[in-house]
Design a protein around this ligand. Structure first.
Ligand SMILES: [Zn+2]
Length: 227
């Protein structure tokens, strides 16, 4: 084990490197979007290639986030091996330093991160059902006479019934079912909208790629192929 403490950590990441890593992460996402937008142009199943790209997208995110921590001078525990640390080792070394009382640093917000959230994450809506102050059922358990400990039924829009699903009236149960059906519809619409956004972005990426391809210098006779 190397004997340096976190205050002696001397790793460095330049702003230039950070920018290139951000761009690299974007390029991987662009590749996935372009592949998706090929549906209708090629009768092939590209799920394995998309899976590989998805894994690379995750690695690119980790590389950027670890680089961002180092760039910001986040406190790091001593390295556990010689040579430069891998991104996950940077996260682990930073967590170890935080557990020892150092201040916590979060990776900086970036263009790639915003893009990833807008194209791959469904909007998360706070569910009234998860509210910590959700009321309890007011019924009593017939067999024991004890108060029912279940949470009251959620009827939608933050409105709760007075009893849990099993003690609720038929009318309340009906309202609960209607609410859940609406919720499921809303979710599948949000998912469809996300797929639409991915498709549109993919078409744009392909257009940009093809424009670049037209202006790309041709491979030289000596085998050199400038980008
Ligand atoms: Zn109950």
């Amino acid at each position: 084990m190397v004997s340096a403490t976190h205050s002696e950590a001397s790793e460095y990441v330049s702003g230039f490197a950070l920018e290139v890593l951000d761009e690299l992460w974007i390029r991987i996402m662009e590749s996935r979007l372009a592949l998706q937008a090929l549906a209708g142009e090629a009768d092939l199943n590209f799920d394995e290639l998309d899976g590989d790209l998805q894994a690379v997208q995750g690695s690119a995110r980790e590389a950027f986030e670890a680089a961002s921590l180092v760039h910001q001078g986040a406190p790091l525990d001593a390295p556990w091996a010689g040579g430069p640390s891998r991104p996950r080792a940077i996260f682990a070394r930073h967590s170890a330093a935080v557990r020892q009382g150092a201040h916590k640093v979060t990776p900086s917000s970036t263009l790639a991160g915003q893009l990833e959230r807008s194209l791959w994450q469904l909007p998360i809506r706070a569910e009234a059902e998860d509210a910590p102050d959700r009321p309890k059922c007011t019924a009593t358990v017939r067999s024991t006479g004890d108060n029912c400990v279940s949470a009251a039924i959620h009827l939608g829009g933050g409105v709760f019934g007075t009893q849990c699903y099993s003690h609720a009236s038929t009318a309340e149960r009906e309202q609960y079912k209607i609410h859940h059906k609406a919720l499921n519809n809303e979710r599948s619409h949000a998912h469809a909208a996300l797929l639409d956004r991915q498709r549109e972005a993919g078409v744009t990426v392909i257009e940009i790629w093809l424009q670049h391809r037209e202006t790309r210098p041709q491979p030289m006779g000596d085998g050199a192929s400038p980008v």
